[in-house]
Design a protein around this ligand. Structure first.
Ligand code: G6P
Length: 366
């Protein structure tokens, strides 16, 4: 009821602001990286597997896409991510030594459950789920699990479930890296320190809300929007576009910035805002040249830059500076302003934010 909303206008806004707490709860009590965080027998399974196959739908699929970058760069484990509804009907080459990872807020999504059962029928017995509901079918049917502690999520557009999934997937990456001998003690300590800092870092990003509200006033008048990211932040661009289309009904799509000239540049005009996720990483210089391509066509840029990115606001370029540079955990922080952008744009357009038309919170039928 309305009382539970406290100072917030919608559940989605409340859930966005719960993220520091949700991520803190999800990581609570973790003293060190041990495979048993994922259940009894995890060590043996992690020892045995040679690859990861991630299966999910919607926002959960994008957390899987983000995890692929971590699993390959940190744990050095070849990783595939598949949309569950595609995987279940496709002829694939099963690898019994693959770890099948399902990701689901509800644990009841029909396609994800069917994809899991399909993988099992193909002889893949090493199964693990990252799930927000401990009593769900997904948790019952997977051998191993990590329960995120986002708490009940009511808004149809997923927010705190996504960031807590990322926290769980980062832990999975570290555990696999450790079992495979690819994580030194000092690296483990550094990663744990960065994870413990997440709640404070998330709170600092949430404080950017007034700046995001000013962006949303421009977006509310648009028909289309393009989101760009590279590397680890390409899935974050995808998630930002999904959030905007789900609740504001503005057509939005995401591209890895390097693909700009292979198609979407043809769409860029002053009526096409281009959101760019631009952390100060190895790809920043390349991203800056992608941004110039947009400016040269009259496109207006909305840039999420790091404190030390040296990208300034100016004609046709609006910059929000993130409080810090977050390294490998950066996706968890960069997604937050994109959630807020979708939320405030939808509010400005007067849509039903918590219950967008035609969508359901949990899709339990095909
Ligand atoms: C629906 C929801 C999305 C969610 C997706 C997968 O489409 O509206 O927010 O990401 O299902 O749900 P799951 O519970 O499996 O994460």
């Amino acid at each position: 009821g309305a009382a539970e909303l406290g100072p917030y206008r919608h559940y989605m806004q409340k859930e966005i602001f719960e993220q520091p707490r949700a991520v803190a709860d999800t990581l609570e009590g973790i003293q060190g990286i041990v495979p048993e965080l994922f259940g009894d027998g995890a060590y043996r399974v992690f020892k045995e597997i040679d690859s990861v196959l991630i299966l999910a739908c919607g926002t959960s699929y994008y957390s899987g896409c983000t995890a692929k970058y971590w699993l390959e760069s940190i744990a050095k484990i070849p990783t595939q991510v598949e949309i569950a509804s595609e995987y279940r009907y496709r002829e694939t080459v099963p690898n019994p030594r693959s770890l099948v990872v399902t990701i689901s807020q509800s644990g009841e999504t029909a396609d994800t459950l069917a994809a899991l059962r399909h993988a099992q029928q193909l002889g893949m017995e090493h199964t693990l789920t990252i799930c927000n509901v401990a009593t769900s079918a997904m948790v019952r049917e997977c051998k191993l699990s990590y329960i995120t502690r986002a708490g009940v999520e009511i808004g149809v557009a997923s927010t705190k479930a996504f960031t807590t999934q990322l926290a769980g997937l980062f832990l999975l990456t570290l555990s696999l890296a450790q079992v495979k001998g690819r994580l030194t003690e000092s690296q483990e300590a550094q990663h744990l320190k960065a994870m413990r800092h997440l709640p404070a870092a998330l709170s600092a990003v949430l404080a950017l809300e007034p700046q995001v509200i000013s962006w949303s006033e421009d977006f509310a008048r648009m028909q289309n929007a393009l989101f760009l990211g590279r590397g680890l932040h390409y899935p974050i661009a995808l998630e930002g576009a999904l959030k905007l289309k789900e609740i504001s009904y503005i057509h939005a799509e995401a591209y890895p910035a390097g693909e700009l000239k292979h198609g979407p540049l043809a769409l860029v005009t002053s009526e096409m805002p281009v959101v760019t996720v631009a952390p100060n990483d190895a790809l920043l210089e390349k991203l800056k040249s992608n941004m110039q391509e947009v400016r040269a066509r009259g496109g207006v840029l909305y840039v999420l830059a790091d404190g030390d990115s040296k990208i300034e606001s100016g004609e046709g370029i609006h910059v929000i500076r993130m409080p810090e540079h977050y390294g490998e955990l950066s996706p968890l922080l960069h997604v937050v302003p994109l959630q807020l952008l979708a939320y405030h744009t939808a509010c400005a357009r007067g849509t039903d934010v918590d219950k967008p038309r035609n969508l359901a919170k949990s899709v339990t039928v095909e």
